[in-house]
Design a protein around this ligand. Structure first.
Ligand code: PHE
Ligand code: ZN
Length: 877
């Protein structure tokens, strides 16, 4: 950012002088409607060199007794008028964050004028300036509570209004965008350098969906005709240097629009759909009505600059934000406790969309791997909270994997329990009943229960934190020819919550005949008590039981398996997901030895050697995934005490080494079967590229002759970023002789492309042998920028996944230093980085004590309520 902090004081000389109060806790049970509703909002935003002037007119109507309350933060109030009369300081009460008018009449028109300073807004909430130097733009981020940093407003999701927005700025900012339809544009009278545009959004919306953009951007235009015959203009805005990276996103948007029509009967409702790419953004993207704002990393994609994994997630995120138009925007949340109502459902929808774009097994593998690595560890630690939290200090702290990913798993369980036809009937009913309203999770469940099937008891999944552990065993009675499976569930008691009760857990089950390998019975068991038995009749010999197929519930499974059973299932399970799940169970047993069983890697290696060659030619993507070893983070999530990062790292590496060595003679052959072809964006081509990178790494691990040379060749002849970056990463991680030269080459090739330079930073920050010194020198690099969250994450986020270095004195000093630095400038980002330290309490000494001291020290040096709230929870472990 170019404007120094001192300027902020000059521009805002009289920020309201209100005493700071301790941030208070907000509780779900205290929900109350607002006294006043807003009918229409007229916003007039004028941008100047050093500040912005925001004039608003709110038409409000009383709906219940009580004061008229507006929220406002970091606003300089110039004037406020009610029904044409100027209000004086005695006419209203201003406290930290609120402006209250007592005794307002039932019909109110408020005219409010404020000044704000987007130029110095580094928190990236409200209206802020992105970019620097000559290359700046202004964008908004209002979810969850950013609108109150633009003007005084009843900034809550249950206040829906019609917005008209006038934007005015210097003509250097040629692009003026806001929600809805453009109604007028032109030059400002008597000011030849300035122009304006007026936008009107005909849909009733909460303020968190407001957006505007003032920038100088190129646009890629396309169109889509909806199933209802509406001709929609599609526009994707980006800097001119990036406009050639918008085709993937545009295609994904059209695919998503069609998908929602086919699968949910939902068509788009406006004449225009805009997406804007912004380089400084705290999250992935935002579903503002008709005007999505995207982190560049989540919308730009080209084969030369974007890895397959990234590109695939670009499509998923485009779809996610588009799907919000119905699940989130048309039907929104009554309050922020209901965040999962829109996020869980929308994630479920985007996962289903993605499953239609690639092998559904691989999609499920990726989603489950993410859930297990991140959500399970969140649920196991001090930040555990229900999918629908019951209280918070700062709602920004609750955009978590629990709300999003576990929230999606609940919707998935419901969909599977109802069956897809009844689920569709239920969602149709949900849209019919609640369109245009702000609703709750209970409303959602009641609409889904219109068919005979009742799923209302799933509400407990939304209320209870912690990952249930399902354990079980079987007994076979050869005389009666019955198999009895006993399952029981247990959830840890998270402090501050009621004692856990049994949840409805769907356990997809199949019995496999030991001789033929065929399925003899298949059933969805519903475990909804603490312990239950399930009897299968007419089973002629003792079968091998496969449980939790397709990961039918977000639980830890602890079944009394023999290693041989798992090896058997790896061979005979019918779908790719289940085979992957079995390998993961085997690997977990081996790695968590001493904890529970005494599995040896032999059976695993043997099973792999049968599966791998077949798969490599059949389904390369699945073959690549079968070689997955759970991340250090996922393994750590299962350890409650004396977690030793060195030991886990060593065990992971030694198993990886064994796999690499076992197949040492085959890597060369397998690698050669996957020559570099011309780039293609198909599931098959992506699978081959993924497998090739895995094999390259394996070959380097096994010290295969020439493997270093393959890497160089692959780098030099790469047809796309997946190949080039895969080779670079392998060279860096294995410290191949030329690695530094390639790093330099990579930097020079892509110097102008921020997103690729993010990769360059991250490959170094996540290198196997990374040290705190390396991280510190990356933080000093001239391209490092504290004001760009993507860049911060590419170094600090990558580093945080290195537990052996993070949990050292130097690592902690560095990491908490970063949090201190960001605490004031960007508290949302600071708090998210802090959450990575949540499981300090499980560490082995002396690391545990070290971490505790660092956190206590951090507590003395931070002030944002975001970081304070997270720190309080983390220290309460
Ligand atoms: N609502 C956005 C999404 O999930 C995420 C987001 C939250 C973005 C808060 C910005 C701020 O699609
Ligand atoms: Zn979302």
């Amino acid at each position: 950012m170019s404007i120094a902090e001192t300027d902020a004081q000059i521009i805002n000389p009289n920020m309201p002088d209100v005493p700071p109060t301790a941030p208070s806790k907000i509780n779900l049970k205290d929900y109350k409607k607002t006294s006043f509703d807003v009918e229409t909002v007229n916003l007039d935003i004028k941008l100047f060199e050093e500040y912005a002037q925001v004039n608003s007119t709110l038409e409000m109507l009383r709906q219940t007794e009580g004061d008229l309350v507006l929220f406002g933060e970091e606003l300089e109030l110039l004037t406020i008028q009610m029904n044409g009369h100027q209000l004086d300081k005695e006419d209203y009460q201003q406290e930290a964050g609120t402006l209250t008018i007592a005794n307002a009449p039932d019909e109110v028109t408020l005219d409010i004028q404020v000044r704000i300073c987007p130029q110095t807004n580094t928190a990236l909430e409200g209206l802020y300036m992105a970019g620097s130097g000559d290359d700046t733009m202004f964008v908004t981020q209002c979810e969850p509570e950013g609108f109150r940093k633009i003007t005084f407003y009843p900034d809550r999701p249950d206040v829906l209004a019609i917005f008209t927005t006038r934007l005015e700025a210097d003509k250097r900012y040629a692009t003026l965008l806001a929600n809805g339809n453009l109604v007028e544009a032109g030059d400002v009278v008597d000011e030849p350098n300035r122009h304006y545009a007026i936008w009107h959004d005909p849909t009733n919306k909460p303020s968190y969906l407001f957006a505007c953009v003032v920038a100088d951007l190129d646009v890629l235009t396309d169109s889509y005709t909806t199933s209802e015959g509406r001709e929609v203009t599609l526009e994707l805005y980006a800097k001119s240097a990036d406009i050639d990276k918008c085709d993937v996103g545009m295609q994904a948007l059209k695919d998503a629009m069609e998908w929602d029509e086919v699968n949910y009967g939902r068509a788009y409702d406006l004449d225009r759909y805009m997406i804007v790419a912004v380089s400084q953004f705290n999250m992935g993207a935002m579903e503002n009505k008709g005007l999505n704002i995207f982190n560049t990393a989540c919308v730009l994609s080209s084969p030369e600059t974007t890895t397959d994994a990234r590109s695939f997630s670009v499509k998923a995120i485009i779809a996610h934000e588009y799907f919000h138009n119905w699940t989130g925007n048309r039907i929104t949340c009554r309050d922020w406790f209901q965040l999962c109502l829109k996020e869980g459902f929308t994630v479920y929808r985007d996962q289903s969309f993605s499953a239609d774009q690639q092998s559904s097994a691989v999609q499920r593998i990726d989603d489950v791997a993410t859930l297990r690595a991140h959500q399970f560890s969140e649920d196991a630690g001090p930040l555990a909270h229900p999918v629908r939290p019951e209280s918070f200090v700062e709602i920004n702290n609750f955009y978590t994997t629990t709300v999003y990913e576990k929230g999606a798993e609940i919707v998935r369980m419901i969909a599977n329990t109802l069956g897809l036809d009844d689920f569709r009937k239920g969602t149709d009913e949900y849209f019919r009943r609640y369109d245009g309203q702000a609703v709750t999770v209970e409303d959602f469940l009641s609409a889904l229960s219109i068919t005979d099937n009742k799923i209302e008891n799933f509400i407990d999944w939304y209320r209870q934190p912690g990952t249930p552990v399902v354990s079980g065993h079987q007994s076979y009675d050869s005389t009666a020819q019955t198999l009895t499976i006993t399952l029981s569930q247990q959830t840890r008691h998270v402090s501050g919550f009621d004692a856990p009760k049994p949840l409805p857990i769907p356990v997809a089950t199949a019995l496999f005949d030991k001789n033929s390998g065929g399925i003899v019975a298949e059933r969805m068991l519903l475990l909804d008590q603490a312990t239950q038995t399930f009897v299968f009749e007419n089973i002629t010999s003792e079968p091998v039981v496969s449980l939790l197929r397709d990961f039918s519930a977000p639980v830890q499974l602890n079944y009394d398996y023999q290693d041989e059973d798992l090896a058997f299932l790896l061979k005979y399970e019918t779908n790719g997901f289940n085979r992957w799940q079995v390998t993961q169970m085997l690997v977990n047993r081996i790695l968590l030895q001493g904890q529970s069983s005494k599995s040896s890697p032999d059976i695993y290696l043997q099973a792999l050697s049968q599966a791998l060659p077949v798969l490599a030619s059949d389904d390369a993507m699945l073959a690549a995934r079968l070689l997955d070893i759970p991340s250090a983070q996922e393994l750590a999530s299962a350890i409650q005490k004396d977690y030793d990062p060195e030991l886990v790292k060593m065990q992971r590496e030694s198993l990886y080494q064994q796999v690499a060595d076992t197949f040492k003679d085959q890597w060369s052959e397998l690698y050669k079967q996957l020559p570099i072809d011309a780039y293609e964006d198909s599931a098959e081509a992506r699978g081959k590229r993924a497998l090739r990178n895995v094999i390259l790494d394996m070959a380097l691990t096994a010290d295969v002759n020439d493997a270093a040379e393959w890497a160089e060749q692959q780098y030099n002849h790469a047809s796309c970023m997946t190949e080039r970056f895969g080779a670079l990463k392998a060279m860096v991680n294995h410290q191949v002789a030329n690695a530094d030269n390639y790093l330099q080459d990579f930097y020079q090739r892509f110097q102008a492309d921020d997103l690729v330079i993010d990769l360059w930073f991250s490959v170094q920050a996540s290198a196997n042998n990374v040290s705190v010194d390396v991280i510190e020198s990356l933080l000093m690099h001239e391209d490092f920028d504290w004001n760009t969250p993507n860049r911060v994450r590419s170094v600090v986020g990558a580093f945080s996944a290195q537990p052996t270095v993070l949990w050292t004195q130097d690592g902690l000093d560095m990491y908490t230093g970063v949090i201190k630095k960001l605490d004031d400038a960007n508290p949302v980002l600071a708090s998210r980085l802090l959450q990575v330290l949540a499981r300090w309490n499980t560490l082995v000494e002396p690391r545990r004590q070290m971490a505790h001291d660092s956190l206590l020290d951090l507590q003395k040096n931070v002030t944002s309520k975001h970081v304070m709230e997270s720190l309080d929870s983390v220290l309460n472990a």
